[in-house]
Each structure stands twice: as C-alpha cells, then as structure tokens.
Design a protein around this ligand. Structure first.
Ligand code: TMP
Length: 261
C-alpha cells in the first residue's frame, strides 16, 4: 500500500492520500490531547490500540448494515478508508450524564438518562466545538433536515448495538462521539460513518466498579491509560494480536539410551 501526501493532520490521527482514487490512509498517532489541545501528552501504544479497537467496532457495525468509511486495517497503526467529505458536526450520544453535560446543566454526575440523548457540536477548534441546535445546522447549510434525521436514527442504532456489545463484556457505554461524511459516487451522495470509535471518543465504565476505561484517565489525571485501553481490547477479545507473541520454545528432546538386553 503506497502512502501519498498528507491530506490532513488532526490531534490524534493523520490522513494520507492512498494510491486508489477515492481512498485514504488513516494513521493513528500516540498523541493524547484534552480540553481542545490545552493538555497534551504522548502515550506510546495508544494509536495501535485505537486502530484495532476502532477497526473491530466499525467492522461489526458494517456487519449489521451500517455503512462506514472503513475498508480494512492495513497495519498496526493504519487503516485504508473511503475518502469522504466530513460533515462539520460532532454527534454526541449520551446514556449516562457526565462530562460537559453535567457542567453545562448542573445534572448530577452518573445520572442514568431515561432515554439516550443526542447533542450536536459544531466542529471548530477555534470556537471550542460549541453546542448547536438543529436550526443552526440547517441555517448554515452544514446538513439538511433529511440528512440530520437520517444521521440521528443511525446514531441511536449505533448506540443500541454498542451498548449491547459493551454490556456483554461488563462495560457501561456512558457516552460517545460520532462523525459522518459524504461520499459522492455516480452523481449520488451517500452518508457514511467516518473517523474512529475508540476509548478516545467514548466514555466506558466498568459495569461493577464504574472504573473509567477511557480517555478520562488522561483528562482527569487518573493514570494507567494504556492499561485501561488494553483492558477494553482484552474484554472485546481482540488483544492477542497486540502482543508480541514469542515463538514457543520446545524443550530439546532428551536422548534416551535404550539398553539392549
Ligand atoms: P463531553 O462530555 O466532553 O462533551 O464529551 C462527550 C463525549 O464525546 C465523550 O465520550 C468524549 C467525546 N469527545 C470526543 O470524542 N472529542 C471531543 O473533542 C470531545 C469534546 C468529546
């Protein structure tokens, strides 16, 4: 797979041109940022885990008929993806109140929401990704009402699926962020799920202890981020590929002298 020029560099990923038209290589960095880049670090191995976890989730979603940009994972840090035009909205789905929701509205942390809540944020770092209403999205042409209704339905379907997937491995899916992109093909426009779904973009709590298994470990200085991401991968049964599996050394055969009678 030949890597072309850099198309875009974000806080945690880089997008490179790929040899086949309409595709790109999505590279996962080890950089961790929070509070719109005010807090930064580099956590060796984070990109590898996010690449694998995101591949697992997006390919599982593909299997239930949710089209995503993922074509395939090509190595430890990279995926081949369909090149889409990202809709400049972050779609945040919440099942339990925490993070910015509790700060903004004074809701008690950990409140279980009666039904999932969707929020729209305008993707703009200079403005700190502000929360916007549907009307802003229509007014400024970021998406049409038809597109937004369709994306909202997809977000809830993705939430249902992911909640079940994580519940099965003893994890609460607290909230997460999704991005979608437009793909123009044969004069038709299709909307695909894009970007990544990983512990960088989800809040994941252990079902019994509420231990945080996501980027809040970095945001809140809780430490052991890599161990938490590894735990998520281990529970999803996808960790084995991360290990440097050493070849098994068989003991040397012992020469046994057979005494002739
Ligand atoms: P928030 O509570 O800080 O608004 O975050 C809601 C969810 O969205 C949480 O799972 C983290 C995720 N998220 C991102 O993936 N990228 C971001 O830039 C932000 C602010 C949140």
């Amino acid at each position: 797979m030949k890597k072309g020029k850099k198309l875009y560099e974000g806080k945690a990923k880089i997008l490179y041109a790929a040899s086949e038209k309409g595709t790109a290589i999505q590279h996962f960095k080890d950089d961790a940022t929070a509070f719109n880049n005010q807090k930064k670090s580099n956590i060796e191995g984070k990109g590898i885990l996010n690449n694998r976890i995101s591949e697992h989730i997006l390919s599982s979603l593909n299997q239930i008929g949710i089209e995503t940009h993922l074509i395939k994972r090509i190595n430890m840090r990279e995926q081949l993806v369909k090149l889409v035009e990202i809709i400049p909205i972050e779609f945040v789905v919440r099942n339990i109140a925490t993070g910015s929701l509790t700060k903004r509205l004074g809701i008690e942390d950990g409140t279980i929401l009666e039904k999932p809540l969707i929020e729209f944020c305008y993707k703009n770092d200079d403005l700190n990704d502000p929360l916007v209403a549907r009307e802003h999205i229509y007014s400024f042409g970021w998406a049409t009402a038809i597109e937004l209704d369709w994306i909202t339905k997809q977000c809830f379907r993705i939430n249902d699926f992911m909640q079940g997937m994580f519940k099965a491995v003893g994890i609460k899916l607290v909230d997460f962020k999704l991005e979608f992109g437009r793909l123009n093909k044969d004069e038709k426009t299709k909307i695909l799920l894009a970007d990544e779904i990983s512990p960088d973009t989800c809040r994941l709590w252990d079902a019994t202890s509420d231990k945080k298994l996501d980027k809040d470990r970095f945001r809140k200085d809780l430490g052991n981020l890599l161990e938490a991401y590894q735990e998520v991968a281990r529970r999803l049964d996808i960790l084995h590929e991360q290990n440097n599996v050493r070849p098994i050394k068989f003991p040397k055969p012992i020469a046994v002298k057979i005494k002739k009678k």
